[in-house]
Every structure is written in structure tokens, then in C-alpha cells.
Design a protein around this ligand. Structure first.
Ligand SMILES: *[C@@H]1O[C@H](CO)[C@@H](O)[C@H](O)[C@H]1NC(C)=O
Ligand SMILES: *[C@@H]1O[C@H](CO)[C@@H](O)[C@H](O)[C@H]1NC(C)=O
Ligand SMILES: *[C@@H]1O[C@H](CO)[C@@H](O)[C@H](O)[C@H]1NC(C)=O
Ligand SMILES: *[C@@H]1O[C@H](CO)[C@@H](O)[C@H](O)[C@H]1NC(C)=O
Ligand SMILES: *[C@@H]1O[C@H](CO)[C@@H](O)[C@H](O)[C@H]1NC(C)=O
Ligand SMILES: *[C@@H]1O[C@H](CO)[C@@H](O)[C@H](O)[C@H]1NC(C)=O
Length: 517
């Protein structure tokens, strides 16, 4: 369960590798791709075309079982940027800022800034708005005012060309020159990143921590139309589980509200909450999501060409996205499809080939891992349980010991389990309050989920949004999936007598929580 005492020696090895001389303190490039599930060639997705990310992966550590802590942008991002879980930040929606509500916690970029790095944010890194105090937490986290693309303001505008004029569509392939501003947000972000890499020595001699957040493939799927060429419709495979699982409790269903109100989907008049998407539209959604991902892959390729070989590069998604699996088109759930993310770490001067780790890891692990890789400070301590929260601690675990043992092809034991959660305003899907995105004061139920290498167990329990405490008596609903026979989580095994022993065990581990996993 815990790492061996040879860890110190392993760190020494790593330190020599990363710091052949004092001047070569490595730079850090953190690439965050919005709503990107592992729809990537390197993760074996047959609908994907992502040559640049695949190439990066060929010289990186690739974590195949990495999970976000909540399948919603602001909670997930604040979580991995502070290495604290949604329950510790009291953030399950978009509407609070941790420094004002829970504690003056140090962020990942802030820690680098306070330890001799120049830190800069481009695009969507923190979720904009209240949850980062309308500034991407700039005063604390960044050395320079964060960059936001000017054309991001058109993200919900009527800009998608159709036969009947411009529309507010989900599916939105475009000719870039005809778009407002003659560009797209992610193209602007790429240029800002390239400018920074080119001219940074004009403004600083320090090593950098550069975070670049790409907006696509988040909906609406607006991307240059040419990327459709890589994704002929005939080649698109529909998921095998394009239906609502028969044993799925209603509280677990997320009615994909931010897809249905778009002009092209609204025109289909799909009944709320359980109406089904036509297969032909599902196919187009898969096509457009993958084309938008190829577009981002292309931009990442252009960015990586300009990154020098003294840079630790990390690529993550903030959470997944269902493209028809379970009959859903969204995040907003505890399923693997909504919580599993790509997680790739490239370390300079390690001329290894691709190293795959199937261990369970979490996005909260990113912060302690980067601290250990760069050794900008001592390793982070685990946050105390008492509530006297220290400013700098982690609710994750450094992946460096796992990485070193995978490097030596040794077996290593990571976490026994990982955790995610998702709130609901009630047990039956509603538009108002929005079951997909309830506001804090609307939350009545929390779905707590534990994922082991074999099982996913989820318990939907009453939740007090004032005390932030779950009530584990009289659960609203429960789900159990056995990945050995059901990797897509279609068959809820709860209530089967032969599963009682396993259920009880998982329930106990779920209530104990991440500290004991
Ligand atoms: C929060 O922490 C930062 C440094 O980590 C410090 O500069 C600031 O004064 C603190 N704010 C409060 C209100 O304690
Ligand atoms: C958040 O922003 C407001 C308005 O700019 C500012 O007054 C406040 O100090 C900020 N909060 C923190 C914790 O820095
Ligand atoms: C950076 O410095 C170089 C050389 O001093 C100068 O030519 C260039 O214009 C500067 N670029 C920016 C963006 O400041
Ligand atoms: C949409 O569907 C409902 C029933 O599901 C039906 O009553 C209504 O007429 C339909 N509207 C259109 C525009 O097709
Ligand atoms: C929720 O917790 C608050 C604060 O501890 C308490 O005052 C309130 O009665 C609780 N609400 C319910 C419904 O139990
Ligand atoms: C938890 O739920 C049980 C049963 O519904 C109830 O009796 C108990 O008062 C609740 N506990 C709290 C702290 O609200």
C-alpha cells in the first residue's frame, strides 16, 4: 500500500536525471484540454486521429486509469490545481472561491511562483468567473496577467453556418476566416503560447511554469471544417451501449441539458428526460468531437515543436464526456466515461519509449508529483483530517515512486481505489433545478463513487449543503459495476445476493474515503 524505504534512493536517481547542473532546473508545460476523455490514438480509441499527442506519449509515462474528482469543469480544475477534493473545497458548482470560503490554500502554479518560477496561464486553466475570483487567481498563482482569447466571447453566439443562416448549434464545423474576428479561441491561445516561448527571455530569466488550456472539444463543437476530412462519417463506430441501462437509478441519469437546448438538437424534439438521440446524430456528434480533438492535437503538435528539451510536459483532460454511452451526451456523472481522463507525463532526458501504467491514479496526484519531479520544495504532506487546514498540503499522492518502478519494469502497488463525486438536486431528473449542474443551495443528494481495479460502487446519499455532510443512512440509490464482465458499466449488480459481500466491503471503503485507499 505505501511506498518502500528505497524511495529516497529513487529520488536521488531522479534528481541526477533532472538536474545534471544547477542551471537546468526544468521548465513545466501543463496542457489542459477541456472535456477531453481518452479519445486518443494512444489510448486505443478507434475513432480518434491524434498523431501529435500519440507522438508525445511515445516518449512519456501514460496513465491509462486516471480519474478526475468531479465531472464538472470548475470543481475538477480547482481540485487538481490545489490538490484538494471537492468536499474539501466545498465546490461542486461554479459559484465559490476557496480563499473566501474554506481557506487560503496554495495552488500548484502559486507554489512554483513562490519557488523561483515564472508562471503564466493561457486560455482555460482555472475555470473563469467566481471560482477563481474573476482573475484566474492571478494575484497568487501567476507572474503575469493570464491570457484569454478575445474571440472566446462568441462561444455561445449564433456563428454556425447552416442552410438556413447562422445558428447556435452543437455541431459547428466552420471556415475560420468567416468567423467573428477571423480566428478561433484556441488558435489565439496557441499564438500566445508560441509568443511566450519565443520572447520569454525578454521578460524573465527564470524557469517557467506555463499552463495552456485549450477550450475544445468542449461543446459547442466549433472547429475548422477541414478536420472533418480525418473523420469520414462512414468510419464512425457507435458505442455498443447506446442506451439507458435498464437498472440505472433515476438519480444517476444526467439529462444532458447543455446539449438539448442547442438549435440543431432542439430541432429533434427529444423528450425530456429520457428521450433518445437518433443514431445518425450520435454518429455526427462522435465525428465532430473527434474532429475537434484532431484540431486540438494539431495545435498541441505546433506548440510542442517550440518547447525545448528541458521541459516537463503534462497533458490532461479535466474530465471525460459521454458520446452516446448509456444514451448520454455529457459529463455530469460518476461513470468511467465521465471521470476517466488522459494523463500523460513527459520527462526530459529520459530517452525511454512509451511507459504504460495501468495503476489507478487521480488528478489530485498531479500537484505532489510535479513538486517531486522538480524538487522545488520538499514533498507535500498529506492534508490533516482535523480541519485545521494547512495552506500547503495534498489530498493526492506523488506518482514518482510509481513512475520509477514502471521505468524499471517492476511491479508496484498504487492506490487500491480512487474517488469521484457528483451532486444532484433530487432523485428524478429536472431542468429547474438543473440536475446536471445544481447550485450549492439546490444540492440535496451526493453521489459518492469508489473505483477499484475491478469494481465501481456508487452510493447516492442525502447531503446537507450547509454542513457539507453526507448522511449515510437510508441511501437514495446504489450502483455496482463489475469491470471484469462489464467494462462499460451497463449492468447494475446492486441487490444481487451473491454481490452482498463485495458491496459491503466497497461501501465501507467508500465511507472511509481516500485516506485509507
Ligand atoms: C494568503 O496566502 C498568501 C501567500 O500564500 C499571503 O500572501 C496572503 O496574505 C494570505 N492571505 C490571507 C488573508 O491570509
Ligand atoms: C477577490 O477579488 C476581489 C475584487 O477584486 C478582491 O477585493 C479580493 O481581495 C479578492 N480575494 C482574494 C482572497 O484575494
Ligand atoms: C524581445 O527582445 C528582442 C531583442 O532585444 C527584440 O528585438 C524584440 O522586439 C523583443 N520582443 C518583444 C515581444 O518584446
Ligand atoms: C415534440 O414532441 C411532443 C411530444 O413528445 C409533441 O407533442 C410535439 O408536437 C412535438 N413538437 C414538434 C415541433 O414536433
Ligand atoms: C444541515 O446542517 C445545518 C448546519 O449544521 C443544520 O443547521 C441543518 O439543520 C441541517 N439540515 C438538515 C436538513 O439536516
Ligand atoms: C440521517 O438520516 C436518518 C434517516 O433518514 C435520520 O434519522 C437522521 O436524523 C439523519 N441524520 C442527520 C445528521 O441528519
Amino acid at each position: 500500500m505505501y511506498y518502500s524505504t528505497s524511495t529516497a534512493l529513487q529520488y536521488l536517481f531522479l534528481s541526477l536525471l533532472l538536474h545534471p547542473s544547477i542551471e537546468l532546473q526544468p521548465n513545466v508545460l501543463l496542457i489542459v484540454v477541456d472535456d477531453l476523455r481518452p479519445a486518443l490514438g494512444v489510448y486505443g480509441d478507434k475513432n480518434a486521429y491524434t498523431p501529435n499527442i500519440d507522438k508525445l506519449a511515445q516518449k512519456s509515462f501514460v496513465f491509462t486509469n486516471a480519474f478526475a474528482q468531479q465531472a464538472l469543469c470548475a470543481p475538477s480544475r480547482n481540485s487538481f490545481l490545489t490538490s484538494r477534493r471537492p468536499d474539501s473545497l466545498h465546490l461542486y458548482d461554479f459559484y465559490s472561491y476557496w480563499r473566501d470560503t474554506v481557506g487560503n490554500f496554495t495552488t500548484l502554479p502559486q507554489h512554483f511562483k513562490e519557488n523561483g518560477y515564472f508562471t503564466y496561464s493561457i486560455g482555460k486553466v482555472f475555470h473563469p468567473g467566481i471560482s477563481s475570483n474573476f482573475t484566474d487567481d492571478a494575484k497568487y498563482s501567476w507572474s503575469k496577467t493570464p491570457f484569454h482569447p478575445s474571440t472566446e466571447k462568441y462561444k455561445e453566439a449564433k456563428v454556425c453556418p447552416t442552410k438556413k443562416g447562422l445558428a447556435r448549434n452543437l455541431l459547428c464545423p466552420v471556415v475560420v476566416e468567416n468567423q467573428p474576428g477571423g480566428t478561433l479561441p484556441d488558435l489565439e491561445s496557441l499564438n500566445a503560447a508560441l509568443d511566450f516561448l519565443k520572447y520569454r527571455t525578454n521578460i524573465t530569466d527564470l524557469p517557467y511554469f506555463l499552463a495552456v488550456g485549450f477550450h475544445k472539444p468542449h461543446v459547442p463543437l466549433r472547429f475548422p471544417i477541414s478536420y472533418l476530412d480525418y473523420h469520414p462519417l462512414d468510419n464512425i463506430k457507435l458505442p455498443k451501449n447506446c442506451y439507458r441501462p435498464p437498472m440505472l437509478p433515476t438519480v444517476a441519469w444526467n439529462p444532458w441539458t447543455d446539449v438539448r437546448h442547442r438549435d440543431d438538437i432542439a430541432a429533434l424534439n427529444i423528450s425530456f428526460p429520457f428521450g433518445t438521440m437518433p443514431d445518425s446524430t450520435t454518429q455526427k456528434i462522435i465525428q465532430n468531437y473527434n474532429a475537434a480533438t484532431t484540431y486540438i492535437d494539431d495545435l498541441i503538435g505546433q506548440l510542442l515543436q517550440k518547447v525545448d528539451d528541458n521541459t516537463i510536459t503534462i497533458l490532461i483532460g479535466d474530465h471525460g464526456w459521454s458520446m452516446g454511452e448509456h444514451g448520454e451526451f455529457s459529463k455530469f456523472s460518476n461513470f468511467d466515461i465521465a471521470t476517466r481522463v488522459p494523463f500523460i507525463i513527459h520527462i526530459p532526458r529520459l530517452s525511454y519509449s512509451e511507459i504504460i501504467s495501468n495503476e489507478l491514479v487521480e488528478l489530485v496526484d498531479l500537484f505532489p508529483t510535479l513538486v517531486d519531479l522538480t524538487q522545488i520544495s520538499g514533498s507535500l504532506e498529506i492534508c490533516s483530517k482535523s480541519g485545521t487546514n494547512s495552506k500547503l498540503c495534498t489530498e493526492g499522492r506523488s506518482l514518482v515512486p510509481l513512475m520509477i518502478s514502471s521505468l524499471h519494469k517492476k511491479k508496484s502497488k498504487g492506490k487500491n481505489a480512487v474517488f469521484t463525486q457528483y451532486p444532484r438536486p433530487g432523485a428524478y431528473p429536472t431542468i429547474k433545478p438543473n440536475s446536471d449542474k445544481p447550485k450549492l443551495n439546490e444540492i440535496k443528494i451526493m453521489g459518492y463513487s469508489i473505483r477499484t481495479s475491478r469494481y465501481r460502487y456508487t452510493e447516492w446519499v442525502n447531503f446537507n449543503h450547509t454542513s457539507f455532510l453526507p448522511n449515510w443512512t437510508n441511501a437514495v440509490a446504489k450502483e455496482l459495476y463489475d469491470h471484469l464482465i462489464d467494462p462499460n458499466e451497463n449492468l447494475n449488480l446492486i441487490g444481487r445476493p451473491e454481490m452482498k459481500y463485495v458491496t459491503d466491503l466497497l461501501r465501507k471503503e467508500l465511507i472511509l474515503g481516500w485516506r485509507y485507499a
